[in-house]
Design a protein around this ligand. Structure first.
Ligand code: NAP
Length: 446
Protein backbone atom coordinates (compact mmCIF):
# COMPACT_ATOMS: atom_id res chain seq x y z
CA UNK A 1 0.00 0.00 0.00
CA UNK A 2 1.31 3.46 -0.75
CA UNK A 3 0.00 6.89 0.09
CA UNK A 4 -0.34 9.20 -2.87
CA UNK A 5 1.77 12.31 -2.51
CA UNK A 6 -1.08 14.70 -3.26
CA UNK A 7 -4.49 13.63 -2.09
CA UNK A 8 -5.90 17.11 -2.54
CA UNK A 9 -6.41 17.42 1.20
CA UNK A 10 -7.37 21.09 1.11
CA UNK A 11 -10.26 20.73 -1.37
CA UNK A 12 -13.54 18.88 -0.76
CA UNK A 13 -13.91 15.47 -2.40
CA UNK A 14 -16.97 15.81 -4.63
CA UNK A 15 -19.00 12.65 -4.97
CA UNK A 16 -21.53 11.67 -7.60
CA UNK A 17 -23.95 8.88 -6.63
CA UNK A 18 -25.74 6.94 -9.37
CA UNK A 19 -28.63 4.89 -7.95
CA UNK A 20 -30.69 6.22 -5.04
CA UNK A 21 -32.37 3.01 -3.89
CA UNK A 22 -31.80 1.16 -0.59
CA UNK A 23 -28.06 1.70 -0.59
CA UNK A 24 -27.67 4.93 -2.57
CA UNK A 25 -30.23 6.96 -0.63
CA UNK A 26 -28.79 5.70 2.68
CA UNK A 27 -25.28 6.67 1.58
CA UNK A 28 -26.35 10.21 0.66
CA UNK A 29 -28.18 10.49 3.99
CA UNK A 30 -25.13 9.35 6.00
CA UNK A 31 -22.74 11.72 4.20
CA UNK A 32 -25.15 14.63 4.61
CA UNK A 33 -25.76 13.80 8.29
CA UNK A 34 -22.19 12.94 9.35
CA UNK A 35 -20.34 15.41 7.12
CA UNK A 36 -18.62 17.29 9.95
CA UNK A 37 -17.42 14.17 11.70
CA UNK A 38 -16.10 12.72 8.44
CA UNK A 39 -14.23 15.95 7.77
CA UNK A 40 -12.69 15.81 11.26
CA UNK A 41 -11.58 12.20 10.72
CA UNK A 42 -10.18 12.80 7.26
CA UNK A 43 -8.96 16.37 7.42
CA UNK A 44 -10.87 16.78 4.18
CA UNK A 45 -14.49 17.52 3.42
CA UNK A 46 -16.58 14.92 1.57
CA UNK A 47 -19.66 16.24 -0.22
CA UNK A 48 -22.24 14.67 -2.49
CA UNK A 49 -22.58 17.15 -5.35
CA UNK A 50 -24.55 15.18 -7.94
CA UNK A 51 -26.95 12.25 -8.09
CA UNK A 52 -28.73 10.12 -10.66
CA UNK A 53 -31.75 7.79 -10.61
CA UNK A 54 -34.63 7.01 -12.92
CA UNK A 55 -37.39 8.92 -11.15
CA UNK A 56 -36.64 12.46 -10.09
CA UNK A 57 -39.94 12.88 -8.24
CA UNK A 58 -39.74 9.80 -5.98
CA UNK A 59 -39.53 10.58 -2.26
CA UNK A 60 -36.35 8.92 -1.01
CA UNK A 61 -36.20 10.55 2.41
CA UNK A 62 -33.20 12.65 1.36
CA UNK A 63 -32.86 16.25 0.25
CA UNK A 64 -31.57 16.40 -3.31
CA UNK A 65 -32.70 19.98 -4.01
CA UNK A 66 -29.15 21.39 -3.76
CA UNK A 67 -27.59 18.58 -5.81
CA UNK A 68 -27.06 18.42 -9.55
CA UNK A 69 -29.49 15.88 -11.01
CA UNK A 70 -28.60 13.55 -13.89
CA UNK A 71 -30.98 11.22 -15.70
CA UNK A 72 -28.07 9.44 -17.38
CA UNK A 73 -25.50 7.63 -15.18
CA UNK A 74 -22.83 7.89 -17.89
CA UNK A 75 -23.25 11.67 -18.04
CA UNK A 76 -22.84 11.78 -14.26
CA UNK A 77 -19.77 9.53 -14.41
CA UNK A 78 -18.17 11.96 -16.90
CA UNK A 79 -19.36 15.17 -15.27
CA UNK A 80 -16.77 17.69 -14.11
CA UNK A 81 -18.96 18.32 -11.05
CA UNK A 82 -17.55 15.21 -9.35
CA UNK A 83 -14.15 13.76 -8.33
CA UNK A 84 -15.37 10.27 -7.41
CA UNK A 85 -18.19 8.20 -8.94
CA UNK A 86 -20.31 5.81 -6.86
CA UNK A 87 -22.31 3.19 -8.76
CA UNK A 88 -25.32 1.84 -6.82
CA UNK A 89 -27.63 0.93 -9.69
CA UNK A 90 -26.95 -2.80 -9.96
CA UNK A 91 -26.90 -5.22 -12.89
CA UNK A 92 -23.90 -6.80 -14.56
CA UNK A 93 -24.12 -4.87 -17.82
CA UNK A 94 -26.21 -1.91 -19.01
CA UNK A 95 -25.93 1.48 -17.34
CA UNK A 96 -23.78 0.24 -14.43
CA UNK A 97 -21.05 -1.13 -16.70
CA UNK A 98 -21.20 1.83 -19.08
CA UNK A 99 -20.96 4.40 -16.29
CA UNK A 100 -18.23 2.64 -14.28
CA UNK A 101 -16.14 2.16 -17.43
CA UNK A 102 -16.62 5.80 -18.44
CA UNK A 103 -15.50 7.11 -15.04
CA UNK A 104 -12.46 4.84 -14.86
CA UNK A 105 -11.40 5.69 -18.40
CA UNK A 106 -11.30 9.34 -17.38
CA UNK A 107 -9.06 8.40 -14.45
CA UNK A 108 -11.88 9.04 -11.98
CA UNK A 109 -12.03 6.73 -8.94
CA UNK A 110 -15.09 4.50 -8.64
CA UNK A 111 -16.78 2.79 -5.71
CA UNK A 112 -19.44 0.18 -6.36
CA UNK A 113 -21.46 -2.38 -4.37
CA UNK A 114 -22.29 -4.34 -7.51
CA UNK A 115 -21.17 -7.99 -7.19
CA UNK A 116 -22.73 -9.00 -10.49
CA UNK A 117 -20.73 -6.32 -12.32
CA UNK A 118 -17.53 -7.25 -10.49
CA UNK A 119 -17.96 -10.98 -10.99
CA UNK A 120 -18.50 -10.55 -14.72
CA UNK A 121 -16.22 -7.61 -15.57
CA UNK A 122 -13.98 -7.20 -12.52
CA UNK A 123 -10.73 -8.03 -14.26
CA UNK A 124 -11.44 -5.80 -17.27
CA UNK A 125 -12.50 -2.92 -15.03
CA UNK A 126 -9.40 -3.40 -12.89
CA UNK A 127 -7.25 -3.10 -16.04
CA UNK A 128 -8.98 0.14 -17.01
CA UNK A 129 -8.43 1.49 -13.48
CA UNK A 130 -4.75 0.53 -13.52
CA UNK A 131 -4.14 1.98 -16.97
CA UNK A 132 -5.72 5.23 -15.86
CA UNK A 133 -3.87 5.09 -12.51
CA UNK A 134 -7.08 5.33 -10.54
CA UNK A 135 -8.93 3.38 -7.88
CA UNK A 136 -11.80 0.88 -7.91
CA UNK A 137 -13.39 0.07 -4.55
CA UNK A 138 -15.95 -2.71 -4.07
CA UNK A 139 -15.97 -3.56 -0.37
CA UNK A 140 -19.78 -3.66 -0.28
CA UNK A 141 -19.99 -6.16 -3.16
CA UNK A 142 -19.17 -9.16 -0.93
CA UNK A 143 -20.97 -9.74 2.38
CA UNK A 144 -22.43 -6.20 2.56
CA UNK A 145 -21.31 -4.65 5.84
CA UNK A 146 -18.44 -7.07 6.58
CA UNK A 147 -15.01 -5.63 5.67
CA UNK A 148 -13.73 -8.81 4.04
CA UNK A 149 -12.18 -7.24 0.93
CA UNK A 150 -10.07 -4.84 2.96
CA UNK A 151 -9.09 -7.65 5.30
CA UNK A 152 -7.88 -9.75 2.39
CA UNK A 153 -6.25 -6.93 0.43
CA UNK A 154 -4.55 -5.17 3.30
CA UNK A 155 -4.98 -6.89 6.68
CA UNK A 156 -3.85 -10.30 5.44
CA UNK A 157 -1.81 -8.98 2.55
CA UNK A 158 1.29 -11.07 3.32
CA UNK A 159 -0.48 -14.32 4.25
CA UNK A 160 -1.15 -17.25 1.94
CA UNK A 161 -4.81 -18.18 2.03
CA UNK A 162 -5.39 -21.93 2.14
CA UNK A 163 -9.18 -21.86 2.16
CA UNK A 164 -12.03 -19.38 2.24
CA UNK A 165 -15.63 -20.27 2.96
CA UNK A 166 -18.70 -18.51 4.10
CA UNK A 167 -22.37 -17.78 4.31
CA UNK A 168 -22.76 -15.00 1.77
CA UNK A 169 -26.47 -14.89 1.08
CA UNK A 170 -28.77 -13.65 3.83
CA UNK A 171 -31.93 -14.89 2.09
CA UNK A 172 -30.73 -18.51 2.06
CA UNK A 173 -29.40 -18.31 5.60
CA UNK A 174 -32.69 -16.88 6.83
CA UNK A 175 -34.67 -19.67 5.13
CA UNK A 176 -32.44 -22.50 6.38
CA UNK A 177 -32.32 -21.05 9.91
CA UNK A 178 -36.10 -20.77 10.13
CA UNK A 179 -36.58 -24.25 8.69
CA UNK A 180 -34.37 -25.41 11.56
CA UNK A 181 -35.92 -23.46 14.41
CA UNK A 182 -39.58 -23.63 13.40
CA UNK A 183 -39.89 -26.86 11.49
CA UNK A 184 -41.57 -25.25 8.46
CA UNK A 185 -41.07 -26.02 4.80
CA UNK A 186 -38.74 -24.31 2.34
CA UNK A 187 -41.72 -22.86 0.44
CA UNK A 188 -43.30 -21.36 3.59
CA UNK A 189 -39.99 -19.87 4.74
CA UNK A 190 -39.41 -18.36 1.32
CA UNK A 191 -42.88 -16.81 1.31
CA UNK A 192 -42.19 -15.26 4.75
CA UNK A 193 -38.78 -14.00 3.60
CA UNK A 194 -40.50 -12.29 0.67
CA UNK A 195 -43.11 -10.70 2.97
CA UNK A 196 -40.36 -9.38 5.26
CA UNK A 197 -38.32 -8.01 2.36
CA UNK A 198 -35.44 -10.50 2.85
CA UNK A 199 -36.09 -12.15 -0.51
CA UNK A 200 -36.75 -10.71 -3.96
CA UNK A 201 -40.06 -11.29 -5.76
CA UNK A 202 -38.00 -13.53 -8.06
CA UNK A 203 -35.70 -15.32 -5.59
CA UNK A 204 -34.06 -17.60 -8.18
CA UNK A 205 -30.73 -15.87 -8.15
CA UNK A 206 -30.45 -16.18 -4.36
CA UNK A 207 -31.93 -19.61 -3.63
CA UNK A 208 -30.22 -21.30 -6.58
CA UNK A 209 -26.84 -20.17 -5.24
CA UNK A 210 -25.79 -17.83 -8.07
CA UNK A 211 -25.52 -14.75 -5.86
CA UNK A 212 -23.18 -16.64 -3.53
CA UNK A 213 -21.18 -17.82 -6.56
CA UNK A 214 -20.63 -14.23 -7.71
CA UNK A 215 -19.28 -13.29 -4.31
CA UNK A 216 -17.15 -16.41 -4.05
CA UNK A 217 -15.61 -15.73 -7.46
CA UNK A 218 -14.52 -12.27 -6.30
CA UNK A 219 -13.14 -13.63 -3.02
CA UNK A 220 -11.26 -16.43 -4.79
CA UNK A 221 -9.50 -13.94 -7.02
CA UNK A 222 -8.35 -11.98 -3.97
CA UNK A 223 -7.37 -15.13 -2.06
CA UNK A 224 -5.59 -17.04 -4.80
CA UNK A 225 -4.50 -14.35 -7.25
CA UNK A 226 -6.53 -15.84 -10.10
CA UNK A 227 -8.90 -14.29 -12.61
CA UNK A 228 -12.57 -14.01 -11.64
CA UNK A 229 -14.57 -16.84 -13.20
CA UNK A 230 -18.14 -17.10 -11.83
CA UNK A 231 -19.37 -19.43 -14.56
CA UNK A 232 -16.82 -22.10 -13.69
CA UNK A 233 -18.04 -22.54 -10.12
CA UNK A 234 -19.95 -25.67 -9.14
CA UNK A 235 -23.33 -24.39 -7.89
CA UNK A 236 -26.24 -26.10 -6.14
CA UNK A 237 -29.02 -24.17 -4.42
CA UNK A 238 -31.20 -24.90 -1.41
CA UNK A 239 -34.57 -25.56 -3.05
CA UNK A 240 -34.47 -29.34 -2.48
CA UNK A 241 -33.68 -29.15 1.23
CA UNK A 242 -36.57 -30.74 3.12
CA UNK A 243 -37.60 -30.88 6.75
CA UNK A 244 -36.41 -34.50 6.75
CA UNK A 245 -32.88 -33.30 5.91
CA UNK A 246 -32.98 -30.58 8.55
CA UNK A 247 -34.23 -32.99 11.25
CA UNK A 248 -31.79 -35.80 10.49
CA UNK A 249 -28.93 -33.30 10.33
CA UNK A 250 -29.99 -31.96 13.73
CA UNK A 251 -30.13 -35.46 15.24
CA UNK A 252 -26.63 -36.14 13.92
CA UNK A 253 -25.20 -32.91 15.39
CA UNK A 254 -25.17 -30.81 12.20
CA UNK A 255 -26.81 -27.73 10.75
CA UNK A 256 -27.35 -27.19 7.03
CA UNK A 257 -25.93 -23.95 5.59
CA UNK A 258 -25.54 -22.70 2.03
CA UNK A 259 -21.78 -22.21 1.83
CA UNK A 260 -19.44 -20.86 -0.81
CA UNK A 261 -16.12 -22.66 -0.42
CA UNK A 262 -12.85 -22.15 -2.31
CA UNK A 263 -9.54 -23.88 -1.80
CA UNK A 264 -6.53 -24.63 -3.90
CA UNK A 265 -5.81 -28.28 -4.63
CA UNK A 266 -3.54 -30.24 -6.97
CA UNK A 267 -5.86 -29.85 -10.01
CA UNK A 268 -6.59 -26.16 -9.64
CA UNK A 269 -9.00 -24.25 -7.48
CA UNK A 270 -11.96 -26.08 -6.00
CA UNK A 271 -14.76 -23.55 -5.94
CA UNK A 272 -18.20 -24.70 -4.94
CA UNK A 273 -21.49 -23.40 -3.66
CA UNK A 274 -23.90 -25.91 -2.14
CA UNK A 275 -25.91 -26.77 0.96
CA UNK A 276 -23.40 -28.12 3.46
CA UNK A 277 -23.78 -30.01 6.73
CA UNK A 278 -21.54 -28.33 9.32
CA UNK A 279 -21.05 -29.45 12.95
CA UNK A 280 -23.34 -27.53 15.29
CA UNK A 281 -20.32 -26.66 17.43
CA UNK A 282 -18.47 -24.94 14.56
CA UNK A 283 -18.34 -21.13 14.48
CA UNK A 284 -20.03 -20.94 11.10
CA UNK A 285 -23.00 -22.99 12.38
CA UNK A 286 -23.74 -20.24 14.89
CA UNK A 287 -24.33 -17.66 12.16
CA UNK A 288 -28.11 -17.62 11.76
CA UNK A 289 -30.85 -15.54 10.19
CA UNK A 290 -29.90 -12.93 7.62
CA UNK A 291 -26.36 -12.67 9.01
CA UNK A 292 -23.38 -13.44 6.80
CA UNK A 293 -19.94 -14.76 7.75
CA UNK A 294 -16.68 -15.38 5.93
CA UNK A 295 -13.97 -17.67 7.31
CA UNK A 296 -10.40 -17.23 6.11
CA UNK A 297 -7.77 -19.87 6.79
CA UNK A 298 -4.19 -18.77 6.16
CA UNK A 299 -0.71 -20.04 6.84
CA UNK A 300 -0.26 -17.50 9.65
CA UNK A 301 -3.78 -17.24 11.06
CA UNK A 302 -5.42 -20.63 11.56
CA UNK A 303 -8.89 -19.22 11.13
CA UNK A 304 -10.37 -15.77 11.03
CA UNK A 305 -14.15 -15.55 11.09
CA UNK A 306 -15.72 -12.27 10.07
CA UNK A 307 -19.45 -12.19 10.78
CA UNK A 308 -22.05 -9.47 10.45
CA UNK A 309 -24.88 -8.05 8.38
CA UNK A 310 -24.47 -9.03 4.75
CA UNK A 311 -27.08 -6.67 3.34
CA UNK A 312 -29.39 -3.78 4.13
CA UNK A 313 -29.06 -0.06 3.41
CA UNK A 314 -26.97 1.10 6.40
CA UNK A 315 -24.44 -1.81 6.55
CA UNK A 316 -23.89 -1.74 2.79
CA UNK A 317 -23.66 2.06 2.63
CA UNK A 318 -21.15 1.89 5.49
CA UNK A 319 -18.87 -0.33 3.38
CA UNK A 320 -19.28 2.00 0.39
CA UNK A 321 -18.31 4.90 2.63
CA UNK A 322 -15.27 3.01 3.91
CA UNK A 323 -14.01 2.76 0.30
CA UNK A 324 -14.71 6.47 -0.24
CA UNK A 325 -12.70 7.34 2.88
CA UNK A 326 -9.76 5.23 1.70
CA UNK A 327 -9.78 7.00 -1.65
CA UNK A 328 -10.10 10.40 0.07
CA UNK A 329 -7.03 9.53 2.15
CA UNK A 330 -5.11 8.69 -1.01
CA UNK A 331 -4.77 4.98 -0.24
CA UNK A 332 -3.66 3.18 -3.38
CA UNK A 333 -3.99 -0.62 -3.64
CA UNK A 334 -4.48 -2.91 -6.64
CA UNK A 335 -8.23 -3.61 -6.71
CA UNK A 336 -7.74 -7.39 -6.81
CA UNK A 337 -4.83 -7.42 -4.40
CA UNK A 338 -2.17 -7.88 -7.09
CA UNK A 339 -1.72 -5.97 -10.37
CA UNK A 340 -4.09 -7.46 -12.94
CA UNK A 341 -1.22 -8.62 -15.17
CA UNK A 342 -0.11 -10.87 -12.28
CA UNK A 343 -3.48 -12.66 -12.06
CA UNK A 344 -3.21 -16.29 -13.13
CA UNK A 345 -5.76 -17.87 -15.49
CA UNK A 346 -8.46 -19.60 -13.51
CA UNK A 347 -8.49 -23.41 -13.49
CA UNK A 348 -11.48 -25.09 -11.83
CA UNK A 349 -10.69 -28.35 -10.08
CA UNK A 350 -13.17 -31.06 -11.08
CA UNK A 351 -16.01 -31.44 -8.61
CA UNK A 352 -15.94 -35.17 -9.25
CA UNK A 353 -12.55 -35.26 -7.53
CA UNK A 354 -13.92 -33.58 -4.41
CA UNK A 355 -13.36 -35.75 -1.39
CA UNK A 356 -15.43 -35.62 1.78
CA UNK A 357 -18.25 -37.12 3.76
CA UNK A 358 -21.72 -37.35 2.21
CA UNK A 359 -25.25 -37.47 3.54
CA UNK A 360 -27.53 -39.37 1.20
CA UNK A 361 -31.30 -39.54 1.71
CA UNK A 362 -33.27 -42.09 -0.26
CA UNK A 363 -36.97 -42.87 -0.54
CA UNK A 364 -36.72 -46.64 -0.48
CA UNK A 365 -39.65 -48.69 -1.76
CA UNK A 366 -41.06 -51.09 0.81
CA UNK A 367 -40.26 -54.24 -1.19
CA UNK A 368 -37.97 -57.24 -0.57
CA UNK A 369 -34.42 -56.86 -1.86
CA UNK A 370 -34.34 -53.05 -1.70
CA UNK A 371 -31.74 -52.76 1.06
CA UNK A 372 -29.55 -55.51 -0.38
CA UNK A 373 -29.53 -53.71 -3.74
CA UNK A 374 -28.58 -50.38 -2.18
CA UNK A 375 -25.80 -51.94 -0.10
CA UNK A 376 -24.49 -53.69 -3.19
CA UNK A 377 -24.44 -50.42 -5.23
CA UNK A 378 -22.53 -48.62 -2.49
CA UNK A 379 -20.06 -51.51 -2.17
CA UNK A 380 -19.55 -51.69 -5.95
CA UNK A 381 -18.69 -47.97 -6.01
CA UNK A 382 -16.14 -48.55 -3.23
CA UNK A 383 -18.02 -46.44 -0.70
CA UNK A 384 -17.60 -47.17 2.98
CA UNK A 385 -20.66 -46.29 5.06
CA UNK A 386 -20.40 -44.70 8.46
CA UNK A 387 -24.06 -45.33 9.28
CA UNK A 388 -27.45 -46.23 7.88
CA UNK A 389 -30.45 -44.58 9.48
CA UNK A 390 -34.06 -45.59 8.85
CA UNK A 391 -36.57 -42.82 9.47
CA UNK A 392 -40.00 -44.04 8.35
CA UNK A 393 -41.45 -41.27 10.55
CA UNK A 394 -39.99 -38.59 8.25
CA UNK A 395 -42.12 -38.39 5.13
CA UNK A 396 -40.83 -36.35 2.24
CA UNK A 397 -43.24 -34.78 -0.24
CA UNK A 398 -42.05 -34.39 -3.79
CA UNK A 399 -43.90 -34.98 -7.06
CA UNK A 400 -42.29 -38.35 -7.81
CA UNK A 401 -43.44 -39.81 -4.48
CA UNK A 402 -47.20 -39.43 -4.84
CA UNK A 403 -48.91 -42.77 -4.22
CA UNK A 404 -45.70 -44.70 -3.46
CA UNK A 405 -45.04 -46.73 -0.33
CA UNK A 406 -41.55 -45.63 0.65
CA UNK A 407 -39.37 -45.26 3.74
CA UNK A 408 -36.90 -42.48 4.35
CA UNK A 409 -33.43 -43.97 4.65
CA UNK A 410 -30.27 -41.94 5.26
CA UNK A 411 -26.75 -43.13 4.50
CA UNK A 412 -23.70 -41.35 5.87
CA UNK A 413 -20.44 -42.09 4.12
CA UNK A 414 -16.88 -41.97 5.32
CA UNK A 415 -14.61 -39.72 3.26
CA UNK A 416 -15.35 -40.56 -0.37
CA UNK A 417 -14.75 -39.16 -3.84
CA UNK A 418 -17.75 -37.38 -5.32
CA UNK A 419 -17.43 -39.48 -8.45
CA UNK A 420 -17.99 -42.64 -6.39
CA UNK A 421 -21.13 -41.19 -4.81
CA UNK A 422 -22.54 -40.13 -8.18
CA UNK A 423 -21.82 -43.57 -9.64
CA UNK A 424 -23.54 -45.28 -6.73
CA UNK A 425 -26.61 -43.03 -6.91
CA UNK A 426 -26.96 -43.54 -10.65
CA UNK A 427 -26.89 -47.30 -10.09
CA UNK A 428 -29.35 -47.12 -7.17
CA UNK A 429 -31.82 -45.05 -9.21
CA UNK A 430 -31.41 -47.43 -12.15
CA UNK A 431 -32.25 -50.47 -9.99
CA UNK A 432 -35.73 -49.09 -9.30
CA UNK A 433 -35.88 -49.77 -5.55
CA UNK A 434 -36.15 -46.08 -4.74
CA UNK A 435 -38.63 -43.37 -5.72
CA UNK A 436 -38.20 -39.67 -6.34
CA UNK A 437 -34.78 -38.03 -6.49
CA UNK A 438 -32.03 -39.03 -4.04
CA UNK A 439 -30.84 -36.17 -1.86
CA UNK A 440 -27.09 -35.71 -1.48
CA UNK A 441 -25.56 -33.15 0.90
CA UNK A 442 -21.84 -32.69 1.39
CA UNK A 443 -20.48 -32.71 4.94
CA UNK A 444 -17.62 -30.49 6.13
CA UNK A 445 -15.93 -31.04 9.49
CA UNK A 446 -14.92 -27.44 10.20
P1 NAP B 1 -32.27 -0.58 -5.58
O1 NAP B 1 -32.93 -0.26 -4.29
O2 NAP B 1 -33.01 -1.39 -6.57
O3 NAP B 1 -31.87 0.84 -6.26
C1 NAP B 1 -31.38 0.94 -7.54
C2 NAP B 1 -31.32 2.40 -7.93
O4 NAP B 1 -30.78 2.50 -9.24
C3 NAP B 1 -32.67 3.11 -7.92
O5 NAP B 1 -32.57 4.35 -7.30
C4 NAP B 1 -32.98 3.28 -9.42
O6 NAP B 1 -33.70 4.46 -9.70
C5 NAP B 1 -31.59 3.40 -9.98
N1 NAP B 1 -31.53 3.01 -11.39
C6 NAP B 1 -31.88 1.84 -11.95
N2 NAP B 1 -31.68 1.87 -13.27
C7 NAP B 1 -31.22 3.09 -13.56
C8 NAP B 1 -30.85 3.75 -14.75
N3 NAP B 1 -30.91 3.14 -15.95
N4 NAP B 1 -30.41 5.01 -14.68
C9 NAP B 1 -30.33 5.65 -13.49
N5 NAP B 1 -30.68 5.09 -12.32
C10 NAP B 1 -31.11 3.82 -12.35
O7 NAP B 1 -30.87 -1.29 -5.37
P2 NAP B 1 -30.02 -1.41 -4.02
O8 NAP B 1 -30.63 -2.44 -3.14
O9 NAP B 1 -29.78 -0.05 -3.47
O10 NAP B 1 -28.65 -2.01 -4.58
C11 NAP B 1 -27.72 -1.21 -5.29
C12 NAP B 1 -26.46 -2.03 -5.53
O11 NAP B 1 -25.92 -2.43 -4.29
C13 NAP B 1 -26.67 -3.31 -6.33
O12 NAP B 1 -25.57 -3.56 -7.15
C14 NAP B 1 -26.76 -4.38 -5.25
O13 NAP B 1 -26.38 -5.66 -5.71
C15 NAP B 1 -25.74 -3.83 -4.28
N6 NAP B 1 -25.93 -4.33 -2.92
C16 NAP B 1 -27.14 -4.13 -2.31
C17 NAP B 1 -27.30 -4.59 -1.02
C18 NAP B 1 -28.61 -4.37 -0.29
O14 NAP B 1 -28.72 -4.79 0.85
N7 NAP B 1 -29.60 -3.74 -0.89
C19 NAP B 1 -26.25 -5.28 -0.36
C20 NAP B 1 -25.03 -5.44 -1.02
C21 NAP B 1 -24.88 -4.96 -2.31
P3 NAP B 1 -35.21 4.67 -9.21
O15 NAP B 1 -35.15 4.71 -7.70
O16 NAP B 1 -35.62 5.99 -9.77
O17 NAP B 1 -36.00 3.52 -9.72
Amino acid sequence: MQEQADSGAETPLRIGVAGLGNVGATLVQIIQRDGEELTRKLGRQIVVTAVCARSRSRDRGIDTSELAWFDDPVALAKSDKIDLFVELIGGEDGPALAAVSAALELGRPVVTANKALLARHGVALTRIAENADTQLGFEAAVAGGIPVIKTLREGLGSARVARVYGIMNGTCNYILSRMGTEGISFADCLADAQKLGYAEADPTFDVQGFDTAHKLAILSSLCFGCEIAPDEIFVEGITTISQADIKVADDLGYKIKLLGIAQRNADGIEQRVHPTMVPKASSIAGVDGVMNAVALETDHVAQLLLAGPGAGGPPTASSVLSDILDIARGTHVPPLGVPSEELTPYRQASMRAHEGGYYIRLNVRDVPGAFASIASCMGAAGISLESVIQRPDLRVTEPGLAGTDTRTVVLLTHSTLEQQVRDALAQIEGDGFTAGTPQMIRIEQF
